[in-house]
Design a protein around this ligand. Structure first.
Ligand SMILES: [Fe+2]
Ligand SMILES: [Fe+2]
Length: 314
């Protein structure tokens, strides 16, 4: 019986069809997806903080409105993804609990501070840009609900990337001080953005299984290279430099060669020792606790409506 189910599952994967919540799936496949989707959802909502930091200080009403919409989009991405995770039989409250107790992680990029307005531009351009590179292939992920959530998310992410680029372009063409802010932000966000693709393939033992299951379509290093190749010409248009003396186009490979990433820094931030890890988590837990009454009120209201309907039916 179980062998039949496994055969059916393998056939769906081999045919590049989607696995749906009603389908049987191996336990390890389910667990991998829950971990990945939850981590992705956590990243979306924690990612609201570094940019939310600038909503009250955006340089114009228009910039403020755009940034508020963007931060709200990220909340929406979190909702789609928690919804997708729930189709695998976990509860959203349970996942948030795992985030708050540090048993599940979120993307380390959000543990860096946003110290100037230009950081909002650099995040949009580089961080959302790296996210898109990672996420476009996830639109073809073998798990249906995750793939469908990613299609909606990617449409919004590409808009985020362009708004970040436009902020930097404006600053870059502004006063020398504004241009300096843009360059400084790019200098600080470039390397952490490259780290967003995860450790080198050789140190990423679970990647092969995820590729075999059709969850992952490209390796970490392939995605990182794609991102560098896409971003270097854009930096040229911005008139900004990328902080890597080794960066050059390699005629032979047709790709941009880039310098060694500081993986010690990466693992330090993953372990919780980044500049803002504590602050981000503390803020998240506080927001959760202070907002608990909203959920309680909604549940009480729903229960009241249901009991009234029950009376009417009786
Ligand atoms: Fe997002
Ligand atoms: Fe985004």
């Amino acid at each position: 019986m179980s062998a039949d189910l496994q055969t059916q599952f393998d056939a769906l994967i081999d045919a590049d069809e989607r696995i749906e919540p009603r389908d049987w799936m191996p336990d390890a496949y389910r667990k991998t997806l829950i971990r990945q989707i939850a981590q992705h959802a956590h990243s979306e909502i924690i990612g609201m903080q570094p940019e939310g930091n600038w909503i009250t200080r955006a340089p114009s009403l228009k910039r403020k409105a755009i940034l508020m919409a963007k931060v709200q989009d990220e909340a929406g991405h979190g909702l789609y993804l928690y919804g997708a995770a729930e189709t695998l039989g976990v509860d959203r409250a349970e996942l948030l609990d795992l985030l708050h107790t540090r048993k599940q992680k979120y993307s380390s990029i959000f543990n860096y501070p946003t110290i100037s307005w230009a950081d909002v531009g650099a995040i949009g351009w580089l961080v959302d840009g790296a996210a898109i590179t990672n996420q476009v292939p996830l639109c073809r992920c073998s798990y249906g609900p995750y793939a469908r959530a990613m299609i909606r998310i990617c449409k919004e992410e590409s808009f985020h990337q362009r708004q970040g680029f436009e902020i930097l372009l404006t600053l870059s063409n502004g006063t020398p001080a504004q241009r300096g802010l843009a360059q400084d932000a790019v200098n600080r966000w470039w390397w952490p953005s490259l780290m967003m693709f995860g450790p080198p393939d050789a140190d990423s033992p679970n990647s092969a299984q995820s590729m075999a299951w059709g969850i992952k379509r490209f390796s970490n290093d392939e995605l990182r290279q794609k991102f560098v190749d896409m971003t270097v010409p854009q930096a040229g248009v911005l008139g900004l430099t990328l902080p890597d003396p080794e960066l050059r186009f390699d005629e032979e490979t047709g790709h941009h060669h880039f310098g060694e990433i500081d993986w010690t820094e990466f693992y330090q931030v993953v372990k919780g020792n980044g500049p803002c890890n504590e602050q981000r988590l503390r803020h998240r837990v506080r927001a959760h606790e202070e907002g608990a009454w909203v959920g309680e009120a909604a549940a009480a209201y729903a229960a009241k409506q249901a009991s009234r309907e029950g009376v009417a039916v009786a």
